[in-house]
Design a protein around this ligand. Structure first.
Ligand code: ATP
Length: 232
């Protein structure tokens, strides 16, 4: 579903992402774990078509994303680290605007909005003004936005950043609930978060993939001192 090969991004003399390769299979939930500045957002922005790589290949659902970026982008619901904020809009109004932007057929929009609100567990806020919502609720609106066009793939960039433990649990449960229905790549810098949510974890450090495997294997490796300790 997502295949990344030898992906590299250079900013002038600085290499932010170097020779990164990994795959996310259909229906899998994969955690992309690394400390701040490791290259997570840069990688996610490349594979969602918002940033041009310096080298490497990306295939989304078998499509060469660099050759056919628009087709590839349509298959991904992307929740960036800083979600677009329209504080004066109401949630349903915002999702309608986003659905239109993503090319959802006009006869399907109303239903798609209600399904996305349901999937993101944010229906009760549907008529509220975005600027008046808590950060946790706003994050769930961001998730509803990622879901509104019903893409087969979700790419979520640190969806729990800045949330309190209760809000983190809510978002984590929502992501877990997508298992089998969506293919999900979710970034974080917190190990316990991916342990309970993800089928597999890819660890990135200083722009390189340093390890990947099932969460319990990584826990053992970290305990055994075989891998870097990810600072929170
Ligand atoms: P964070 O959680 O802090 O966002 P991250 O793992 O997502 O961390 P990136 O944002 O991908 O990390 O950044 C990776 C590296 O690339 C960092 O050293 C960062 O300073 C650098 N970087 C990111 N964007 C740019 C840019 N536009 N110009 C120059 N360097 C950049």
């Amino acid at each position: 579903m997502i295949e990344v090969e030898h992906l590299t991004k250079r900013y002038g003399p600085r290499t932010a992402v170097q020779d990164v390769s990994f795959r996310v299979g259909k229906g899998e939930i994969v955690g992309f774990l690394g400390p701040n500045g490791a290259g997570k957002s840069t990688t996610l922005r490349m594979l969602t078509g918002f940033l041009a790589p310096s080298g490497g290949a990306i295939r989304i659902d078998g499509i060469d994303a660099l050759a056919k970026p628009i087709e590839a982008k349509k298959r991904i619901g992307y929740m960036p680290e800083a979600c677009p904020i329209y504080p004066e809009m109401r949630v349903r109004e915002y999702l309608r605007y986003r659905a239109e932007l993503k090319g959802v057929a006009s006869r399907a929009i109303k239903e798609r909005i209600e399904i996305a609100l349901d999937q993101a567990s944010v229906k009760e806020a549907g008529d509220r003004i975005i600027g008046q919502l808590s950060k946790g609720t706003r994050q769930r609106v961001g998730l509803a936005d990622a879901l509104v066009a019903d893409p087969p793939i979700l790419v979520l960039d640190e969806p729990t950043a800045g949330l309190d433990p209760n809000q983190i649990r809510q978002v984590r449960d929502l992501v877990r609930g997508l298992a089998g229905k969506k293919t999900v790549l979710v970034s974080t810098h917190i190990l316990p978060e991916v342990e309970s949510t993800c089928d597999r974890v890819v660890i990135i450090h200083r722009g390189r993939v340093v390890r990947e495997g099932a969460p319990d294997q990584l826990r053992q490796a970290i305990a055994g001192g075989n891998v870097l300790v990810i600072e929170a």
